[in-house]
Design a protein around this ligand. Structure first.
Ligand SMILES: [Zn+2]
Ligand SMILES: [Zn+2]
Length: 275
């Protein structure tokens, strides 16, 4: 059994209220692994080019995004459909997306290639095609798009530390971070990308979204004596991100699993007015 399966089982036992959500996560991760097997990374970036981009503060894929072949993207959307909760609104959204003019057209590849430069515009066009909002369609699209970025990103990850990247966006694809963790050895903070899942080091008490580091505006909180999981939030930009402290947890963080099994922290952070 893989580490992922073991972690999911452990959490499903410890937090039974998340059992269904974790079993959904398991299906999604299996789906993404099968999709990744079909993806051939097509980018070749030389170390000197990477260094130049990073020194200029530019993500590696800016202006040179991995190609997302439309037939494979459409096929992945269709294969995702049976994994979604039957009758749920996201299944209806996916149905409308699959039959929309945009997704069956030759324009799709161009729209997807804009994802790196302007992800808001890309998600808005696909949301319009599915007669829904970007907030509804984005999580669905991320499930399918992630492997197209994660696979090529993996080729360049080991160069990042040397590059000394200090920005709050992903050094590879430029997306915002999705979770963070405090490293088990030294408590170093690592941010994890919401799209390509790359990790990079970042200041422990700085907001990755606006760059602010003035306490008490940039702060964190946790609940229920669970010191291994906290919410880092910022009263300047009202954004938040969840953080797993591996030193307290006593083991390496499994971020997708930790994310799902701490959904109560997202709910709380939103109730407090963060997004
Ligand atoms: Zn990324
Ligand atoms: Zn902020």
């Amino acid at each position: 059994m893989s580490q992922m399966h073991t972690d999911i089982q452990r959490y499903a036992q410890a937090r039974p209220q998340y059992r269904d959500a974790l079993s959904f996560l398991q299906n999604i991760l299996d789906f993404q692994a099968a999709l990744a097997d079909k993806i051939e990374p097509d980018l070749q970036i030389e170390p000197a080019v990477a260094r130049e981009k990073w020194e200029a503060g530019e993500p590696l894929f800016s202006g040179k995004s991995p190609a997302i072949p439309s037939p494979l993207f459409r096929q992945a959307l269709a294969e995702l459909r049976p994994l979604l909760p039957p009758g749920d609104v996201v299944q209806e959204v996916l149905d409308r997306l699959l039959t929309s003019e945009l997704v069956v057209s030759s324009h799709l590849e161009k729209v997807l290639s804009d994802l790196i430069t302007d992800s808001d515009a890309c998600f808005r066009r696909l949301a319009d095609a599915a007669s829904t909002t970007p907030d509804t369609v984005a999580p669905l699209l991320r499930i399918v798009l992630s492997p197209f970025f994660e696979k090529p990103a993996a080729l360049y990850r080991e160069w990042i530390r040397e590059a000394g990247w200090r920005r709050g966006i992903c050094p590879i694809c430029g997306s915002e971070p999705w979770m963070s963790r405090l490293d088990r050895e030294h408590g170093e903070r690592m941010l994890a990308c919401s799209l390509c899942r790359t990790e990079w080091a970042f200041d422990r008490l700085r907001c990755p979204f606006c760059g602010g580091d003035d306490q008490p505006k940039v702060r964190y909180f946790n609940v229920d004596d669970d010191d291994a999981h906290r919410v880092d939030c910022c009263d300047r930009c009202l954004r938040f991100i969840k953080t797993v402290d591996e030193r307290v947890a006593g083991r390496p963080a499994n971020l997708p699993v930790e994310d799902v099994s701490t959904s109560h922290l997202d709910t709380l952070a939103r109730e407090y007015g963060y997004h």
